[in-house]
Design a protein. Structure first.
Length: 207
């Protein structure tokens, strides 16, 4: 019996296969997020502190998003302060923080597209990085829920955009492990800005 290729499938069968694929991706993402969170909360996560070139680290992370941004009609802008210093941090965890913030900025963009701006500058003895978008924004009553575990701000939004509800909770804890802090500003219907501050010189050591 000849094997069917994808062109032989009906639209309904293709829909079912796509639903299975998306469900599998969601479950994998959820498992990975839960594992990360449990490591952080149990103190078992290890930060591999090294001196990292901040500008190239951000640019390496951005390359993961250019194709997706183009697909969603999003323009990515960079605003880097001249002469950015190197940062003492865990490079992979800094990338993870950026990926989480950039993923949300793309995910919650408007259907007609928009702009994502990543800004990096020195703030005294810290590096301050912001990810701003022109997306759907966040209602004032939901701002306090942003960094909670398994928080989905509204049922309609979670159904449409998906997500595990753990990304920002993990991001916050990773920033704090580096001795930093994170906060958000938003105007509903106009966009959001997530900003985190991390010391240039780490006093955490290898954890």
């Amino acid at each position: 019996m000849a094997n069917k290729n994808s062109s032989d499938l009906t639209d309904e069968q293709k829909h079912f296969i796509e639903s299975i694929r998306k469900s599998g991706e969601f479950l994998l993402s959820l498992i990975n997020d839960i594992l990360d969170l449990s490591k952080i909360e149990s103190g078992k996560i290890e930060l591999k502190i090294e001196e990292i070139p901040l500008k190239s680290t951000i640019e390496e992370t951005l390359t993961l998003f250019y194709e997706k941004a183009l697909k969603h009609k999003i323009v990515i802008k960079k605003e880097f302060e001249p002469g950015l210093d190197c940062l003492e941090a865990d490079k992979q965890r800094i990338k993870q923080i950026l990926i989480n913030l950039l993923s949300n900025a793309v995910k919650f963009s408007k259907e007609e597209g928009g702009t994502i701006t990543i800004n990096a500058k020195k703030a005294r003895d810290n590096i301050q990085i912001s990810v701003s978008d022109t997306g759907i924004g966040i209602k004032p009553e939901n701002m306090g829920k942003l960094f909670g575990k398994f928080e989905q701000l509204e049922k309609g939004i979670s159904n449409k955009y998906g997500g595990t509800g753990l990304g920002l909770a993990i991001t916050k804890q990773l920033v704090e492990l580096h001795g930093g802090r994170i906060w958000a500003q938003s105007k509903y219907g106009e966009g959001s800005t997530f900003t985190f501050l991390i010391p240039l010189k780490s006093d955490t050591g290898e954890r």
